[in-house]
Design a protein around this ligand. Structure first.
Ligand code: SER
Length: 586
């Protein structure tokens, strides 16, 4: 097997075609609260595909880190990963079909040396206002792809959009014949030996919430090539985990366990996959920590599932194996991702702490699980038992489901979710009660600080950049504390500017208004919100003139003039990539 430096080759090739190499965006989308992780290379580029000018020009290329959770249950097989890298090149209103296709062809056949005989392509057959893509088919033919290797498919196959709305367009997908059997003359889209290796999307349209499709201001190209799959093809293996990408990690897992890859491929792949994803999530500058909600919950689930499988194949959980594997991941990827070096200690701490926490209850929890199973009358674990495993032993629901499945047993997942919700509501009501009692709820000063928090959030977006987001806040009658994403210590000048802007808005006596709307409308209107999943379907949105718009439960003052004078007392680090400001109103 020959190791293939696909990423370097790709970036270099497109650099040679006058593309600028841009760094991968963070894993957590900065402008899209509806989505936990970036799932495609184009996602961070949406504003530019819609027409915003990119500072580096109209030709871009990158390797983007992505996490897809739809595949989580599939992890353990040969081809799925929760984390993966996607190579891409973009034209922002620059080149279009002819260049994109001919460069794809050149890269595959000249740089990667893939024989043209092993390639087939699909193009869009057309529907409604969007015509059949003869243009792409003709470019392919001019490259030497024969007619019978070009399939025209419908919008389910050859029209690409990330989710429901946004930039979209017909695409042309490139397939490779992965089999030792002779390559058939004609491309059969149903034959799974044809595997997709690259997608070229011609983003020329935008789909709107009402279902209409309009032309974007410019015709763009968005391409995506999954690194894992392509490397597997190039290295001639049908198991992604046997490529040079994974080889040393898999070998290490086998070495420290009491099993072999042949005996326990699923557990070994799960450990390899989950440790890599956990490293990347916890290294991200957003400062995600294991928790019971959102990205933090995913991180917790991945680490705990990884630990469970490590135990299963006889890895000593107290040997520090999680650090050994994490360091291998960091070493492997650090040249592409600076955060792995910057946040190395954070990553190791996150993993070890979570391991310690879970290890305390895992053994007992597994025993409890066995006990539960031996007493079952029917082949189903009821909601109370599943909740007990969650609440007392820290078993994420999905882990209980997986354990149960291994024994041919089901879990009342719906019942669990219901119970979980009731439990959350109870504890929320409890803490609201406490809040009311302890702080007399929303006293005059707290209300003012609440509004000041929104103003500071908006001011920081101006002073630092628009991608600053709130990560937390804490208010007492004496002061406000505000945590936000930012990769550097604020300079004196930046602090002063933020203070001045907030005070200017206070002096301008801007009215604060509130309205109720559907959650999705609020998101569409561009309202700032932290964890969208936590909000009910109908939300309250507070606006401060044109200055700020946020999903928020309130309360707020009626007019900014009530706030007095705003002063920043302190600015410090909160966690990796997150800064904290303490401020007062005088
Ligand atoms: N956005 C397309 C995809 O994810 C091409 O990059 O496949």
């Amino acid at each position: 097997m020959q190791k293939v430096d696909l990423k370097d080759k790709y970036l270099k090739f497109f650099e040679g075609k006058e593309h600028k190499i841009i760094p991968s965006a963070p894993l957590i989308p900065e402008n899209d609260p509806t989505c936990l992780f970036n799932t495609a290379g184009m996602q961070p580029l949406v504003p530019y595909l819609k027409g915003q000018v990119h500072p580096l020009g109209t030709r871009l290329t990158d390797v983007q880190k992505c996490v897809r959770l739809t595949d989580l249950e599939e992890i353990g097989d040969k081809t799925h990963h929760t984390f993966f890298e996607m190579l891409g090149n973009w034209s922002l209103g620059d080149y279009f079909k002819k260049e994109a296709i001919s460069w794809s062809f050149e890269f595959l056949t000249k740089v990667l040396d893939i024989p043209i005989e092993k390639l087939a392509v699909t193009v869009f057959e057309g529907e409604g206002q969007i015509p059949r893509d003869e243009e792409s088919a003709n470019v392919w033919k001019s490259m030497g792809i024969p007619e019978e290797r070009i399939s025209y498919l419908n919008k389910d196959n050859n029209f690409w959009i990330a989710g429901e709305v946004g930039p979209c367009g017909p695409d042309t997908e490139i397939f490779y014949w992965r089999s030792d059997s002779p390559v058939p003359q004609k491309h059969d889209p149903e034959d799974e030996r044809w595997v997709e290796i690259w997608n070229n999307v011609f983003m020329q349209y935008e789909k709107h919430p009402d279902g209409t499709i309009t032309e974007l201001p410019k015709k763009n190209v968005d391409t995506g090539m999954g690194v894992e799959r392509t490397v597997a093809i190039l290295e001639g293996v049908d198991d992604n985990y046997l490529t040079s990408i994974w080889k040393d990690i898999i070998e290490k897992i086998v070495e420290i366990s009491n099993t072999t890859y042949e005996e326990n491929p699923e557990s070994i792949r799960i450990i390899a996959d989950h440790i890599r994803t956990a490293v990347f999530i916890s290294a991200d500058y957003c400062g995600i920590k294991p928790s019971n909600t959102d990205q933090g919950y995913i991180l917790r689930r991945l680490i705990r599932r990884m630990i469970r499988h490590a135990k299963k194949i006889g890895i000593d959980l107290e040997s520090g194996f999680e650090k050994t594997l994490a360091l291998m991941v960091i070493e492997k990827y650090k040249n592409y991702y600076q955060e792995l070096t910057d946040n190395k200690d954070v990553v190791l701490d996150v993993l070890s702490n979570e391991l310690k926490k879970f290890n305390r209850t895992l053994e007992k929890g597994l025993r409890e699980f066995e006990k539960i199973v031996s007493h079952l009358n029917e082949k189903i674990i009821d909601k109370d038992l599943a909740f007990k495993l969650y609440d007392t032993y820290g078993f994420p629901l999905e882990l209980t489901v997986e354990l149960a499945k291994e024994q041919g047993i089901g879990v009342d997942e719906e019942g669990f979710k219901q119970k979980f919700k009731e439990h959350q509501e109870k504890s929320r009501a409890g803490s609201e009660q406490k809040f009311k009692g302890g702080l007399s709820g929303s006293g005059e000063m707290e209300t003012k600080y609440h509004t000041a928090t929104h103003l500071l959030n908006a001011a920081l977006k101006i002073v630092i950049n628009k991608d600053v987001h709130q990560k937390g806040s804490n208010i007492t009658p004496e002061r406000m504390r505000f945590d936000f994403t930012c990769d550097h210590k604020l300079s004196e000048e930046e602090k002063k500017q933020a203070e001045d802007i907030v005070n200017k808005w206070i002096q301008e006596a801007i009215p604060v208004t509130v309205e109720e709307m559907k959650k999705e409308d609020a998101v569409k209107s561009g309202a700032e919100c932290m964890f969208i999943e936590k909000y009910p379907d109908i939300v309250t949105v507070y606006s401060i003139g044109d200055v700020s718009k946020e999903l928020c439960g309130g309360p707020h003052v009626k007019n900014t003039k009530e706030l007095g004078h705003f002063k920043i007392k302190k600015e410090e680090a909160s966690s990796a990539g997150v800064r904290r400001i303490k401020a007062i109103l005088e």
